[in-house]
Design a protein around this ligand. Structure first.
Ligand code: MG
Length: 387
């Protein structure tokens, strides 16, 4: 592991350059219409550091650990076994002025000689007018699993949510359906909503209520009433020890995991092994650069009998979120945009033209530079303490 000399005080010594970008969203999602992210390149390839802007330093430092690990920048980090190979790329800094930037046939193309794995992903149906359901889902092509957002305005949304789900089932009677309330219900309202949603043949219902104790209580109530609704924990899992607590309390039967909040692929794999619950790898609303880490984790997870029973043979991941963005950081041929319900498992390289076009102004760049150093200062002692 790293020694003190390998762990510099200034992140600039490890990460001399990075890009901060603002990606416009197709539709409002998670209350935002634009997503700010940082991307950088390391020895293993490109990585994304993108805690939401309201997140504080202690939480964001775990996201930084994940990004540094994926890029191979973390001192002492080694490539995880079975990880996707980085694409062959020409470092952006060494490109001669006036040369053609990497594109569909350029030097930054992914390594197409390596066998390419792919993973299933769900389509996402945001809160929308019932008349928009068909058009929104048509953008995804053929998909086996759809996740519908509900409870945008708590229980007040229930009539609209039910109407939208009825339209969905009319259009797609055989498609697997998940719901996600993003902790939008009170405990009492959650039970009311579950009783209504139970007839839609759900695969699972993500985070109807906020707290892990309330999830556990709701699960007991569902069982007592014989309501066939499988609960999944998402917002209850924001750091590596959280899946263990969900399992201990019996709060959910499925855990939704994201690479960045858990501190990286290696940390996520070890905590899931300890937790023992079926896992669905999801995105933290990342660009293709960040999604590549999620895809790598998803492809490496073992399929247990319990997982097959709840999620099927090829569980759809929540990694199809590039479609929620109006712009990505990579050229279209490298995008991890789902095609017919699948995305490839591969590392990607940003298109220099996108890095330029989507760059934030100097004020936001300064804000992210300060945040990066603050997160590094919080992360650094945890690296030193492992010596
Ligand atoms: Mg969720």
């Amino acid at each position: 592991m790293a020694d003190a000399e390998q762990v510099p005080e200034s992140i600039a010594d490890l990460l001399p350059s990075f890009h901060v970008l603002r990606l416009p969203m197709v539709t409002r999602f998670r209350g935002i219409t634009e997503r700010e992210i940082m991307v950088f390149e390391g020895p293993h390839g490109w990585a994304e550091f993108s805690p939401f802007t309201e997140y504080g330093v202690p939480e964001s430092s775990r996201w930084l650990r994940a990004a540094l690990e994926f890029a191979g920048v973390l001192p002492g980090s080694a490539r995880p076994s079975g990880s996707a190979q980085p694409p062959e790329t020409q470092p952006l800094e060494t490109q001669a002025p006036g040369t053609q930037p990497p594109g569909p046939s350029g030097a930054a193309r992914a390594d197409t000689d390596a066998p390419e794995q792919s993973i299933a992903v769900n389509a996402t149906l945001p809160s929308c007018a019932t008349s928009d359901v068909e058009g929104i889902l048509a953008r995804y092509g053929r998909v086996g699993t759809v996740k519908a957002k509900v409870a945008e305005h708590g229980i007040d949304s229930l009539p609209d949510d039910l109407e939208r789900l009825q339209e969905f089932r009319r259009l797609f009677p055989d498609t697997r359906l998940r719901l996600d309330a993003n902790a939008g219900y009170s405990p009492t309202d959650a039970l009311t909503a579950c009783a209504e949603f139970a007839s839609f043949d759900l695969q699972y219902f993500e985070q109807p209520v906020a707290g892990v104790e309330d999830l556990a209580h709701l699960r007991e109530q569902l069982s007592d009433r014989g309501l066939p609704v499988v609960l999944a924990a998402d917002e209850s899992i924001r750091k590596a020890e959280d899946p263990l607590r969900v399992a201990e309390l019996g709060a959910a039967e499925v855990v939704i995991v994201k690479v960045q909040p858990l501190g990286g692929i290696a940390a996520a794999r070890s905590v899931l092994e300890a937790c023992g619950l079926p896992a669905v790898v999801s995105s933290a609303l990342e660009s293709s650069v960040g999604l590549a880490a999620g895809a790598e984790l998803a492809a490496s997870l073992p399929r247990t009998r319990h997982s097959r029973e709840i999620l099927g043979e090829h569980p759809a991941c929540g990694l199809g979120t590039v479609r929620l963005f109006a712009e990505d950081v990579v050229s279209p041929d490298l995008s991890l945009k789902p095609v017919d319900g699948e995305i490839p498992v591969r590392r990607v390289v940003p298109d220099p033209r996108s890095l330029e076009r989507l760059a934030v102004d100097s004020g936001r760049l300064d804000w992210w530079s300060t945040r990066l150093q603050a997160c590094w200062s919080a992360l650094r002692p945890t690296l030193n303490s492992r010596c």
